[in-house]
Structures are given as C-alpha cells and as structure tokens.
Design a protein. Structure first.
Length: 120
C-alpha cells in the first residue's frame, strides 16, 4: 500500500475574519483528497468548502480555490476556482482554473488570508 501524501497549511495572517475551527499559526492537514477553500454559503444547496473563511465580508468566494494532490506530478497543486479578488502564490496572482504545483514553504494568499504550505 502506497504511503499517503502528507502536507499542511499553517495560518500566517488573516486581516479580517478567521478560519472556522482553527487559530492563527495552527496547522491544517492536507491529504490526497481535494480541499476547497472559501466562505460558507447562505444557500442550503451550495457546496460547503472544506476550509471555511468566516467573517471576511465576502472578500473570498464560496469556492475560492482548490488544493489537490496530483498523482501524475506527485505533488500538491493549487487552482483558483471562482475567485473575484484573486488567489496568490508567493505574491503572484494565479491564472483562473490553471493548476500550479506547490513547494515546501510556498505562501498562498486568498484575498486577506495568507497561509504557508509545508510538507512532512
């Protein structure tokens, strides 16, 4: 049986709001399954993000970005899915719907949220 990919996000900065269930500097584990980052929707029919940014005054979208493991590239990747205010990787804005590979200590920015991606 293959060993699961192990990585985590560490919350570095949050100008407004917070990540539901997590505090500053806390690690959010990542596994092989895709993770949606965004704000919870008020619509009961909408998708619920896995990492919920709450109290951010609609700066992030419900489905703002996705982090997933690429078995082809053997690495974690990030994709801006439906954001209005952009998703950033090391301060560079990502092209919408284009996957970017993540490296240890990469900094991900979602509007006013900044997290560091770290690998075990």
């Amino acid at each position: 049986m293959a060993e699961k990919a192990k990585a985590f996000l560490r919350i570095e900065k949050l100008a407004t709001g917070k990540i539901e269930g997590h505090e500053m500097w806390q690690e959010i584990p990542l596994e092989d399954a895709a993770v949606i980052i965004g704000r919870p929707s008020r619509s009961p029919d909408a998708i619920s993000p896995d990492i919920k940014v709450i109290g951010d005054d609609y700066v992030t979208r419900v489905e703002h970005a996705e982090i997933f493991f690429s078995s082809n590239g053997h690495c974690f990747m990030i994709r801006d899915t439906k954001s209005r205010n952009g998703t950033f990787l090391n301060e560079e804005i990502l092209e919408k719907n284009k996957p970017y590979s993540l490296k240890d200590r990469d900094i991900i920015g979602l509007a006013k949220l900044m997290v560091t991606c770290e690998f075990n």
